[in-house]
Design a binder for this molecule. Structure first.
Ligand SMILES: Nc1ncnc2c1ncn2[C@@H]1O[C@H](COP(=O)(O)OP(=O)(O)OP(=O)(O)O)[C@@H](O)[C@H]1O
Ligand code: SF4
Ligand SMILES: [Mg+2]
Length: 426
C-alpha cells in the first residue's frame, strides 16, 4: 500500500445566493474525482494551469477544506472520516509549505516562537530548552544560522523565509509535506536552491512530497511521478521521464510544446500546439471530456458526451482521453487549433512578409533558462556559514535570467498570447 492514497476525491464548493436566507444555487467543482498514490520517500508533482484545483486538492488532504466525496488514506487510515481531535493528531504527520513565505509567517512572532508553536500544540519537546535545541538543529539543516531564532520574518530574504517555512514543517517530523507552489514567489536563482534543499532533505530524512506547481520545469526537477490536472481532474499521470519523453494527453502535449528546448537543432524543429480559449469555469464545466472545448483532436459526439476515465495506456502512463492511442499513432488528425513551428510563431500575424516582425521574437523563451533536471544547481545551494546569513546579497550562482525573462514576457508574440492561460502552466 502507498503511504498516501487519494481515491475519487471531490471538493465541491456551494455557491450561495440570497438576502435573508442563503440558497445554494450551484457548485464550484474545484476537485472532481481525483485518484492518485504517493509512494513513501517519493515525490509526486501536480501541475496544471491556474484555477484547475491544485491547491484545493492539497488542502483537502489536510482536511483544511471539506471533502465532498472520496477518501484520503494516509498509512492505512482514511482521514476523510476521522473525527476532529484524531485528525488534529494526524495533521502533525502531514505538513504544508506555502507559496508566499512572508504571508504565511506571523510578522509579530520571532522565528523561535513561530517554530515552537506547532511543537507545543503537538506536545513535542518536554520544555522550551529542548524545543530550542531541536529548532537549532533543523535551522542548520535548512541552511539558516542559529541566530535566526531571535529574528523576525521581515529580516530575511524571500529564499530564507521559504527555508523558515520548510523548517516549520520539519520540526513536527512529518511523513508527508505538501509543497504548494514552493518556489513560484522566488527569484529564478533562489528557486533552484530551494528545490535542491527539498531534495537533500528528502534524501536525508526519507520525506514524501506532494509538490504542486504551475511550472512544468519545477516539478520535472524533483518528481518521480507527475500528474497533470485540468478543471478538477487528472488528465494524465506518468513517471516523470516518461511524461517528458512522450506526453500522451492532448492537453499535456500542448503544455509541453510550449517549453523551449535547450538544444538549438531540436528547438529549430519544435512545433507548438496552440490551444484556443480560456479554462472554462469550474462552476459550469463542459460535458463529456472537460477538455473538448479546447482540444485540437476533439471528435464529434463522443468527446462532448462521454467523460473519459483515466486509464492505463502502457509505458507507465495513465491518460484520460478516448483517443490517446490514435493520436499517438497519427491516425487521428487535428480538428481545430493548429500546430505551428515554435520558431515561427511571431510570423503568423505578419503573413505578407516572409520575415518575422521586428518586435516578434521567434521563441517564447520564458522557461528556457529554468534549471533543467541535470543542471549543476546542487552546488548553488551548499550554503556556507557566510551564505546562511546573507542569502539576499549572494551573487546568483545559477544563471539568473530575470531581466531576460521580463523582456521576453514583454516581447511575446501576439499568437502566443492567444494561448492564454495554458502558458501559465509551463
Ligand atoms: N473556498 C472556496 N470557495 C469557493 N470556490 C473556491 C474556494 N477555494 C477555491 N475555489 C475555486 O476553486 C477553483 C480551484 O481553485 P484552486 O485555488 O484550487 O486552484 P489552483 O489550481 O490552486 O490555482 P492557482 O494556480 O491559481 O493557485 C477556482 O475556481 C477557485 O476560485
Ligand atoms: S477525449 Fe476527445 S476531447 Fe478529450 S482529450 Fe481526448 S480527443 Fe481531446
Ligand atoms: Mg493554488
Amino acid at each position: 500500500m502507498s503511504l498516501l492514497e487519494l481515491d475519487g476525491v471531490k471538493v465541491h464548493f456551494p455557491i450561495k445566493k440570497g438576502v435573508l436566507v442563503d440558497r445554494t444555487v450551484g457548485h464550484v467543482y474545484a476537485v472532481d474525482g481525483v485518484s492518485l498514490k504517493v509512494e513513501a520517500g517519493e515525490t509526486y508533482g501536480l501541475v496544471g494551469e491556474s484555477g484547475c484545483g491544485k491547491t484545493t486538492l492539497g488542502r483537502s488532504v489536510l482536511r483544511l477544506v471539506d471533502i465532498t466525496e472520496g477518501s484520503v488514506v494516509l498509512d492505512g487510515t482514511d482521514l476523510a472520516k476521522l473525527p476532529g481531535e484524531e485528525m488534529r493528531r494526524f495533521r502533525r504527520r502531514l505538513q504544508m509549505v506555502f507559496q508566499d513565505p512572508l504571508g504565511s509567517l506571523n510578522p509579530r512572532q520571532n522565528i523561535e516562537s513561530i517554530l515552537s508553536e506547532g511543537m507545543i500544540a503537538h506536545g513535542i519537546g518536554k520544555d522550551q530548552e529542548e524545543r530550542r535545541e531541536k529548532i537549532k538543529a533543523i535551522l542548520d539543516k535548512v541552511g539558516l544560522p542559529s541566530n535566526a531564532l531571535a529574528r523576525y520574518p521581515h529580516e530575511f530574504s524571500g529564499g530564507q523565509r521559504q527555508r523558515i517555512g520548510i523548517a516549520r514543517a520539519l520540526v513536527l517530523e512529518p511523513d508527508v509535506i505538501i509543497c504548494d507552489e514552493p518556489v513560484s514567489a522566488l527569484d529564478v536563482s533562489v528557486q533552484a536552491q530551494v528545490i535542491n534543499l527539498l531534495e537533500e532533505l528528502q534524501e536525508e530524512l526519507g520525506l514524501t512530497y506532494l509538490v504542486i506547481a504551475h511550472d512544468l520545469a519545477v516539478v520535472r526537477h524533483i518528481s518521480d511521478t507527475i500528474g497533470v490536472m485540468y478543471l478538477g481532474s487528472l488528465v494524465e499521470e506518468a513517471p516523470s521521464d516518461a511524461l517528458y519523453a512522450e506526453p500522451k494527453h492532448p492537453y499535456t502535449k500542448a503544455l509541453m510544446s510550449a517549453v523551449p528546448v535547450p538544444d538549438p537543432e531540436v528547438e529549430d524543429k519544435r512545433e507548438r500546439i496552440l490551444l484556443t480559449g480560456d479554462l472554462p469555469s469550474p462552476a459550469n464545466p463542459p460535458t463529456g471530456c472537460r477538455f473538448h472545448t479546447r482540444c485540437p483532436w476533439a471528435q464529434a459526439e463522443r468527446c462532448s458526451t462521454e467523460r473519459p476515465q483515466l486509464r492505463d495506456v502502457g509505458g507507465g502512463h495513465r491518460v484520460a482521453c478516448h483517443y490517446a492511442e490514435d493520436i499517438a499513432s497519427g491516425k487521428l488528425s487535428l480538428k481545430q487549433g493548429e500546430i505551428v513551428s515554435a520558431t515561427r510563431e511571431g510570423v503568423e500575424d505578419n503573413p505578407e512578409t516572409d520575415t518575422p516582425a521586428e518586435d516578434a521574437p521567434a521563441k517564447v523563451p520564458a522557461q528556457a533558462e529554468k534549471p533543467a533536471k541535470d543542471a549543476p544547481v546542487a552546488e548553488a545551494d551548499k550554503a556556507s556559514d557566510a551564505d546562511k546569513a546573507s542569502e539576499a546579497e549572494k551573487p546568483a550562482q545559477v544563471e539568473k535570467p530575470a531581466d531576460g525573462d521580463k523582456a521576453s514576457e514583454a516581447e511575446k508574440p501576439a499568437k502566443a498570447e492567444k494561448v492564454t492561460k495554458a502558458d501559465e502552466a509551463v
